[in-house]
Each structure stands twice: as structure tokens, then as C-alpha cells.
Design a protein around this ligand. Structure first.
Ligand code: C2E
Ligand code: CA
Ligand code: CA
Length: 863
């Protein structure tokens, strides 16, 4: 073969373009020969043509082979389809996938493998292909046995000369579908809500739990069902947060993962609050740096949060039951302890109504109102209620409730229930104990004052305070002992109880004092009638140890509101009226009067004047001789104070001494009396005409003051008087005040040699044992007892008893207020040697006393 005419690379793997060009050249030459009308007798050319034909056949065969190999090498089913939808070719993967040989399918419509296709399915395909686009569709293909599998079919155009074909590649989606199904199953089985949102926060999809969280039906379209305006989203403290601050939006904005954040989702209409933790993960497309969507995971932690909140509160309040009422959902949650308290451990209440059945009807309304108010406005309540268990047991409970959120998220109330039965019982016992007098079982002072306070506060008209004092009770107590005194008080209480009406309140107000709050609403005179009844009831004697005593009463009345608008005024005024009754001679009753009111007014004035009286030199002393009852000789003299005030005039000491004691002025006044009396004594001595001793009255208030010893010591020293020429008279009040220094003061006075005497003996308050304990020289029998002597048997008996006591203890007795010879005889008959009274002399000026002394002569002090 000619080297130069040798076709180049027509065979083998030579350049296709070169080979095609060589063919072209041969064909052109042949065509030129044929056009010249010449045949071809050139053997070279003919052989070249032959060779080219061989080559072309070989090449076509090889191309077909290559096509088939390639076709079959594709792992997905590929079919070649003509524009009518008829299968022209199918690869091995197709045969396998459809379970049919190629021959069986070629020439048939694609419906053979794709039975769901509509008749005109080629139209959209051809339309897409005409635009040079690939057409993608998801359909189901069918196997020979009729089973189907999901495929994604990509169709492309293939033009062979004038003919157009479609190459359809079917990708089996079975795996992908399984994965998707698994993924969906996982999502819907998850208890965490999953929410997918686009880059603007629009919800694209949500799983079942997510739908539940959002309160949507699972089969509804999340994008249509969700309205953010129905929701109020709050942070862990309950403060509302804006849409843009929510975790998914933050994740979109920052492109960062937002870790579990606690949120409250409150549905405004449904009044439901759900606590969730949210985690949001932004999603990026490859190569992009702004997220195209965000996936969020929500966990419902409502129960957890409730449990922990309950737990904390419960713990803080010391093992008490917790409860929660979700008004929105109508759900009641009770802890075990709460169930135990209400007695429903085995049978928990199904709803609120059921639980409220355990609150006694009287309290139920209160509880319901409180729940309602907190549901509506938020806030809290705290109340004590009475409850009844299913077994009928009644108990007290403290119920506290508090709205979990701020208004308007007030749907949920959490609280505690505490059994306080024991505390209430103790309190009740203590309260009634605190209000009761142990001896008589009546109300005590506190109890009756509280009751009076209540009535006064209510402005309740028609209550009269009746103040009752037992006359001379102290004497019985002192003479017969406490047991007798107690017995007498109990008997007196019973007698009073018989007098008072059902609406009246009777109380023991103090030692031997009783108080009645008389109901005078129907009958304004009921107080007076009660007073009269009481006075008569005590007309009969009391018996003790076979002896009979007469104990009378002094009663004072004050009516609300005309006699006092406050508890203090009423009691003071009833007391003042009682004193007035006592003053009138006991065994009687007395209304509070304008006169008594005036006296009270005067008192204020008196106290004002008293303050300046000493400095103004308004006091002087007079002296009453104490004489030997047998022969009238003067033994000593008692200094008695007199006060002349330019405004008030002459004031009796009985009256102003009390005031001075109240104000404390008595301490200074008393010191002046001691000094003045000692000075006078010294003057009489210096004049050579003096009583054996000078007696000075000392108030209990002076004993409370440490200076008494010093005042006495100084007065004696300044006037060079031996202690025994001074006598101090004090009442038993000194002994009941029982100041810590009293004993020391007595001891000091005794060391000074001062004589100590108990004044007004028998009217006092305390027991007789002090007579032994203290360095007492004598007793002054109260003139009150002498008044009825010798006619009144009980007065006579008392005088006799006092004389007996004094003699037994070796004490001297002085009788005060001796006005008649009969009294003098009587006293002498009792062995009482010394007396004082108008029978002998009233109190005198110093000069008059000196004259009296000269006339009657002095007696030795003892003997
Ligand atoms: P007291 O210590 O019991 O004094 C006796 C009172 O009885 C004196 O009244 C006296 O005048 C009065 N009296 C004397 N004999 C008779 C009588 O036969 N019949 C009647 N009905 N009364 C008689 P006075 O002076 O009005 O004193 C009254 C009270 O004032 C005294 O009672 C005493 O408790 C108190 N007092 C008087 N001066 C002082 C004083 O300087 N200091 C203190 N702390 N109290 C004084
Ligand atoms: Ca006296
Ligand atoms: Ca007296």
C-alpha cells in the first residue's frame, strides 16, 4: 500500500475527528468521480473505500458495544423512550429492578413499569425538554410481581438524527424513603418538640410534640394553625420577652447555637402556661454564612418546674403539703402530704370541687373567693380554715396560695396546706387559760378587759361596768389564812354568779374585786338592780370552819358611754364610784356621778397646786396627843399635816396625800414632815415640856425611796434627838410593795432606835407573818373598826382579835378614833392601854399641844 494514500488512523483508537475527515475526503472523491460520469476503476481507491467501509462497520459495532457497556454500567435503571412514551431500550439495572427481561419491555409503553402515569404524561416532559431542561418527577415503579418502589425519575433529551428520544434515569428512593420514615417516626415519637423555622422565623414544620406544645391538632397545618399573637412568651422570672429575643430568632440573628433556655409559653385565650427549655440550632447551606433556617428543640418542663418550685416552698415551710391549681386547664395537683392532711391519701380528689368539700361550709366561700381573686388579679392569700376529713374528724389548717405568674398570667396558683390543729388547740387552751381566773373559774382581769374593749370598740350601747369590792376581805384573809380567803372568794364568786344575768359577764378583777359587764341594752336600770341584788345577796353571812362571817360589798357603777368612752375611763370611774360607796360606810352601791367626775377634775387641779405647795410654804403640822386610856396622861403625839392653798383653800390630808403619792411629791413632802416634826420635838424638849415621843406618818412611797434612812438619820442628828423619841407610822401597803430594800431600810431604822408602828391595822392587804419578820413595835387599830364598838358584834370581834394577836406577839396596840367613854371602856376591857381620839383631843397647834401636855401630864412610854 502506498504510504501517502494510506488512510490515517481509520481504525484503532485514532483521533475520531481525523478519521471522520479521512472518510469525508474519500466520499468527496467518489462523489466527484460519479459526477464526472466516470466509474471508479482505480483499484487503490476501491480498496481504500472497502477498507473505509470495513472500518466504518467495525467502528459502528464498537460504538454500539461501547453504548451497551456504558448503558449497562449505570447502576440505576435507565430506559430510552420515544416521544410516544414507548420503551425503546432498557439497561440491565432496569431489567433487575423491574424483574423483567429487556425484550419483554422494549416496544411497550412506559406504563408497563410505571402504571400510575396518566395518559398525557409525556406532555410536561416534552415541554421541559423543549426548553432544554431536565425533567424530574417522583413516581412509583412496578416490578413484575406487581410490587412497587419509589423512584425519582430524571429525564433528558436525546436526539438521534431526526429522531428524538428521552433518556429516563430512575433512582430508587426506597432507602431514602426508609430513612425519611425513620426520621419522621423518630420525630413524632420524641417527647421533645421540634420546630423548623425559616430565616425569618416563619414556622415551616413541627413534630407531634411540637404541635402539642403549641396546642395544635397534630393533623393540622402548623403554618396555618399557629398565631403568635395568641401567645405570651416569658422568661424564667415571668417577664415577657419579645419575638426577636426568642431562642430561634437569636440563633438566626447570631448564627450561633442557643443552649437550653427556660421559657414560659402562655396561651392568652386558653390561660395555659407551659414551661419549656428551648435549644435552637441554625442551619447553613454549604458555602453560605447566614442560616437559611433554624431547628429548635423544646422540652416541656412544666412538671419539673412545678415539682421543684413546690419542693422549695414546701421545704422552706417545714414539711407541709403542697398543692397547685391550674385554673386554665382545670387541673389540681396535690402532694402526698396534702392528701394526708385532708385524709384522701387512698382516694385523691378528682377536681377542685371535690377537694373543697373538705373545707367546712363556713370557710368554703372564703377559699373560693381567694382562689378566684388570685386567678383573676394574681397576688397571694394566707388563711386559717377549718377542714373536715372523710372520717368526720375536724381539724385546722393554714392555707397559703400564690399566683405563679404575674398578671395576666395568673392561671396557676401554687401553695401549701399546713395542719395547725395542734397549734390551734394549744393556743385556744392558752387563750382561755390566760382569760380565766384559776381560783374561781371566772374571767380574769385581762379577759374582762378584752371583752369590754370589744364592746366599746363596737360602740355597743347598754353596757354598765359594775365594780365590786368585798369589804374587809383582807382581814379574814389575814386572820384565818389563805385557805379560808380562797374559800371565801369562791363562795363570793358563786353568789355573784347567781345574781348576774345570762348576757352579763362576770370576772374576778383582782384580789377581792370583781367586775360585771352588765347588759343594759333592754333595761338601762339593770345595772342598779344588779348592784342592789348583789348588796342583798351578801347580807347573808359566809360559813367557814363552823364560824360565820359577814362580808359585805361596796359596788360602783359606770355606764357606757355617758360615764366613760374608753375602757380605762369606765373602769376608773366605776372604781371611783365603788370608793365613794366604801366611803359612805360600805355595804352599798353608788353610780358614777357628775360629782365624782368633778372630783376627778379637781384632782388634776389639786395635783397641779401640790407641786408648788412645799416651796410656797403652804404646809404646817398639827399634833394629836396619844393618851393612856386609863388616866388620860399624854404618852406621845402624832404629827398630822395640814395644807392651806390660796386657790383650793384648806385641804384635808386624806384627800391630797393620795394625790401626792400618785405624783410622787409625797417623797419631798414626807421628808419635810420628818424634819419639821423633829425640829418641833427638839423645841418642846428645849422648853422642858415634851411628849415622850413624836409619831410621824410615812408613806409607802417614801419606803420605796432609798433616801428615807438618810432623811431620818439627818433629822435626828440635826435636832440631837435619840432615835427612840421618833416613831414612824406606816401602813401595810409598805409590806405589799415589797421593794427589795424594804428589809434593809427597816433594819437601818431599827439601828437608829426609831420605833416602827403599823397604822390602820386591819385594813391592809397582807398576811400576818411580817409581824414576826420585821422589827415592829406596835399596831394602830384602824379607827374604822372602832366606829361600831361596842354595839356592833363583828367590829367588836375584830378589835378583840387584833388585841389578841398583838398580845400574842408582844406588840403594843394603839386605838385610834376614840370618841366615846364606852369605846374607852371597851378598849380597856380588851387590855388596850393607849388611845387617840376626839374624846381626849383633836390635833393641836404646837402651843396648844404644849398647853394640853401641861394640863394632863406626861406618862412614861412603857408600862
Ligand atoms: P391617820 O394616820 O390614821 O391619822 C389619824 C386621823 O384620824 C387624823 O386625820 C385624825 O385627825 C383623825 N382622828 C383622830 N381622832 C379621831 C376621832 O376620834 N374621830 C375621827 N373621826 N377622826 C379622828 P387627819 O389628820 O385628817 O389625817 C388623815 C390621814 O392623813 C392620816 O390618817 C394619815 O393617813 C394621813 N396623814 C396625815 N398627815 C400625814 C403626813 O404627814 N404624812 C403622811 N404620809 N400621811 C399623813
Ligand atoms: Ca397615823
Ligand atoms: Ca390611822
Amino acid at each position: 500500500m502506498d504510504e501517502g494514500k494510506q488512510p490515517v488512523a481509520l481504525n484503532g483508537d485514532g483521533d475520531e475527528a481525523a478519521s471522520a475527515a479521512a472518510h469525508e475526503a474519500l466520499v468527496s472523491r467518489l462523489e466527484a468521480l460519479l459526477a464526472e460520469g466516470r466509474g471508479c476503476d482505480d483499484p487503490v481507491l476501491l480498496s481504500q473505500l472497502l477498507a473505509a467501509l470495513h472500518e466504518a462497520r467495525r467502528e459502528a459495532k464498537s460504538a454500539r458495544l461501547r453504548y451497551r457497556e456504558l448503558f449497562n454500567a449505570v447502576p440505576d435503571p435507565v430506559s430510552l423512550i420515544d416521544t410516544d412514551g414507548r420503551i425503546v431500550d432498557l439497561n440491565i439495572a432496569g431489567e433487575k429492578a423491574y424483574g423483567r427481561p429487556r425484550e419483554e419491555l422494549v416496544g411497550r409503553l412506559v406504563h408497563a413499569i410505571n402504571p400510575d402515569l396518566p395518559d398525557d404524561h409525556m406532555a410536561p416532559v416534552l415541554e421541559a425538554l423543549a426548553r432544554d431542561q431536565t425533567h424530574v418527577v417522583e413516581v412509583y415503579n412496578m416490578r413484575q410481581d406487581g410490587t412497587r418502589f419509589p423512584v425519582e425519575v430524571h429525564s433528558a433529551r436525546f436526539v438521534d438524527g431526526a429522531q428524538q428520544f428521552i433518556i429516563a434515569v430512575a433512582r430508587d428512593l426506597t432507602r431514602r424513603r426508609e430513612a425519611e420514615q425513620n426520621y419522621n417516626a423518630l420525630l413524632s415519637a420524641m417527647d421533645k418538640g421540634v420546630l423548623v423555622q425559616d430565616h425569618e422565623g416563619r414556622v415551616l414544620s413541627a413534630n407531634a410534640a411540637g404541635m402539642r406544645l403549641l396546642g395544635l391538632d397534630e393533623d393540622r397545618d402548623v403554618t396555618a394553625g399557629l398565631h403568635w399573637q395568641d401567645w405570651l412568651v416569658v422568661d424564667h422570672r415571668g417577664w415577657p420577652i419579645r419575638f426577636g429575643e426568642m431562642p430561634p430568632l437569636r440563633a438566626l440573628k447570631t448564627g450561633k447555637f442557643v443552649q437550653s433556655t427556660l421559657l414560659g409559653l402562655y396561651h392568652v385565650q386558653r390561660k395555659q402556661l407551659t414551661w419549656v427549655t428551648a435549644t435552637s440550632v441554625p442551619q447553613f447551606r454549604p458555602g453560605e454564612d447566614t442560616p437559611y433556617q433554624v431547628i429548635s428543640l423544646f422540652s416541656d418542663v412544666t412538671e419539673l418546674k412545678r415539682d421543684s418550685a413546690l419542693f422549695l416552698r414546701t421545704q422552706a415551710l417545714a414539711r407541709i403539703g403542697g398543692w397547685e391549681w391550674d385554673g386554665g386547664r382545670g387541673r389540681l395537683y396535690l402532694t402526698d402530704e396534702t392528701l394526708r392532711i385532708i385524709g384522701r391519701s387512698d382516694d385523691p380528689p378528682v377536681n377542685l370541687e371535690d377537694a373543697l368539700m373538705h373545707v367546712v361550709p363556713a370557710d368554703r366561700g372564703k377559699v373560693e373567693a381567694a382562689l378566684e381573686s388570685v386567678l383573676r388579679d394574681g397576688g397571694a392569700f394566707d388563711m386559717e380554715i377549718q377542714m373536715r376529713s372523710p372520717d368526720g374528724r375536724s381539724h385546722w389548717a393554714r392555707l397559703i396560695g400564690q399566683s405563679e405568674g404575674r398578671a395576666p398570667m395568673t392561671a396557676r396558683i401554687t401553695g401549701i396546706l399546713q395542719d395547725i390543729t395542734q397549734r390551734r388547740q394549744i393556743e385556744e387552751a392558752l387563750r382561755s387559760q390566760a382569760r380565766t381566773d384559776a381560783l374561781t373559774g371566772l374571767f380574769n382581769r385581762d379577759g374582762v378587759l378584752t371583752e369590754l374593749e370589744r364592746r366599746v370598740a363596737e360602740g355597743r350601747e347598754g353596757v354598765t361596768v359594775v365594780y365590786i369590792d368585798l369589804d374587809r376581805f383582807k382581814l379574814v384573809n389575814d386572820l384565818l389564812g389563805h385557805a379560808a380567803g380562797d374559800q371565801l372568794l369562791v363562795n363570793a364568786a358563786r353568789r355573784l354568779e347567781a345574781c348576774v344575768g345570762e348576757q352579763d359577764v362576770l370576772a374576778r378583777f383582782g384580789g377581792d374585786e370583781f367586775l360585771v359587764l352588765a347588759d343594759t341594752r333592754r333595761d338601762p336600770a339593770a345595772g342598779e338592780r344588779l348592784a342592789e341584788l348583789i348588796t342583798r345577796a351578801f347580807g347573808e353571812g359566809f360559813r367557814y370552819a363552823g364560824e360565820e362571817f359577814t362580808i359585805t360589798t361596796s359596788v360602783g357603777l359606770a355606764r357606757f358611754p355617758e360615764h366613760g368612752k374608753t375602757v380605762q375611763q369606765l373602769v376608773n370611774n366605776a372604781d371611783a364610784a365603788m370608793y365613794a360607796a366604801k366611803h359612805r360606810g360600805r355595804n352599798t352601791w353608788q353610780n358614777f356621778t357628775p360629782e365624782l367626775a368633778r372630783q376627778q377634775h379637781d384632782r388634776v387641779q389639786v395635783e397641779a397646786q401640790l407641786r408648788r405647795a412645799l416651796d410656797n410654804g403652804e404646809f404646817r403640822l398639827v399634833y394629836q396627843p396619844l393618851v393612856d386610856l386609863a388616866d388620860g396622861r399624854v404618852r406621845s403625839a402624832e404629827a398630822l399635816i395640814r395644807w392651806f392653798n390660796p386657790i383650793l383653800g384648806e385641804q384635808p390630808p386624806d384627800h391630797f396625800i393620795n394625790h401626792a403619792e400618785t405624783t410622787g411629791d409625797i417623797v419631798r413632802i414626807g421628808a419635810w414632815v420628818i424634819q419639821a416634826a423633829c425640829r418641833q420635838m427638839a423645841a418642846w424638849i428645849a422648853a422642858g415640856n415634851a411628849p415622850g415621843r413624836i409619831a410621824v406618818n410615812v408613806s409607802y412611797r417614801q419606803f420605796l425611796n432609798e433616801e428615807l434612812l438618810q432623811v431620818v438619820g439627818q433629822a435626828l442628828a440635826e435636832n440631837q434627838l435619840p432615835g427612840e423619841r421618833l416613831e414612824l407610822e406606816f401602813t401595810e401597803r409598805v409590806l405589799i410593795e415589797d421593794a427589795p430594800d424594804t428589809v434593809r431600810t427597816f433594819e437601818g431604822l431599827r439601828q437608829l432606835g426609831v420605833v416602827l408602828t403599823i397604822d390602820d391595822f386591819g385594813e391592809g392587804y397582807s398576811a400576818l407573818n411580817y409581824l414576826r419578820r420585821l422589827p415592829i413595835h406596835g399596831l394602830k387599830l384602824s379607827q374604822g373598826f372602832l366606829r361600831g364598838v361596842p354595839g356592833n358584834d363583828s367590829d367588836a370581834a375584830i378589835c378583840q382579835a387584833v388585841a389578841g394577836i398583838a398580845q400574842a406577839l408582844g406588840l403594843e396596840v394603839v386605838a385610834e378614833g376614840v370618841e366615846s367613854s364606852a369605846q374607852r371602856e371597851f378598849l380597856l376591857g380588851l387590855g388596850i392601854r393607849t388611845g387617840q381620839g376626839f374624846l381626849f383631843s383633836a390635833a393641836l397647834d404646837p402651843d396648844a399641844l404644849a398647853a394640853y401636855l401641861r394640863q394632863n401630864g406626861g406618862a412614861p412610854l412603857h408600862g
